[in-house]
Design a protein around this ligand. Structure first.
Ligand code: AMP
Length: 217
């Protein structure tokens, strides 16, 4: 099973990716994770892309395409994979198609912008341990304080509403083009094109998971 998982930040992509990987025994290929590792390891690629990533801009298509092509040749991808964070541009989608890799399904997790803002802006972390809370969905015993140490919780800069809205604008701009690309493919040749599946990801995680499994079975 070769899958692409699309969804804005806060749509529960990480959680659903985990369920899919376990059920289908396929690796998750996250370009964001691969790039962050290169930066953390200080590889030549990491040094080259650090400033671009820090600014929240897209890394060049050539770099990403090469990275993904190499990764999907690895033996663990033989029976399939789950692409997460790729393709982000039409050129990337085109390169994937031209490389002869047949994608079976594309799953797009749909969540309204307001719900994303509610989910992410309510997030609080304990800087010392990385423990994560949510003011509404998973509050600490004492508001604003870590359950274990009692130390104050903080809101990450990228969880602030203004930043979230900016990230969503970028996400929609990218994804809409990629989804139009795949919709056109399907219209032209539905037999040989990946099936595009939209899932309402405002439902509880296990309901979303059920719906994904029903659609990709
Ligand atoms: P993510 O964790 O998927 O949000 O990715 C984090 C960062 O990695 C993005 O802001 C981009 O700078 C870079 N990145 C990840 N995937 C891609 C991609 N497919 N194309 C271009 N840049 C990417």
């Amino acid at each position: 099973m070769r899958l692409i998982l699309l969804g804005p930040p806060g749509s529960g992509k990480g959680t659903q990716a985990q369920y899919i990987m376990e059920r289908y025994e396929i690796p998750q290929i996250s370009t964001g994770d691969m790039l962050r590792k290169s930066v953390a390891d200080g590889t030549p690629l990491g040094i080259q892309i650090k400033a671009t990533m820090d600014a929240g801009n897209l890394v060049s298509d050539d770099i990403i395409i090469k990275l993904v092509k190499e990764r999907i040749q690895q033996p663990d991808c033989k029976s399939g994979f789950l692409l997460d964070g790729f393709p982000r541009t039409v050129r990337q989608a085109q390169a994937l198609m031209e490389s002869g890799v047949k994608i079976d399904k594309i799953i797009e997790l749909q969540v309204s912008d307001d719900e994303i803002v509610r989910r992410l802006s309510g997030r609080r972390v304990h800087p010392g341990s990385g423990r994560v809370y949510h003011v509404e969905y998973q509050p600490p015993a004492r508001a604003g304080h870590d359950d274990v140490t009692g130390e104050p919780l903080v809101q990450r800069d990228d969880d602030k509403e203004e930043t979230i809205r900016k990230r969503l604008v970028i996400y929609h701009a990218q994804t809409s083009q990629v989804s139009v690309f795949y919709m056109r493919l399907t219209l032209a040749d539905s037999e040989n094109s990946p099936q595009y599946i939209k899932i309402n990801a405002e439902q509880p995680p296990l309901v979303v998971c059920d719906e994904i499994f029903r659609n990709i079975a």
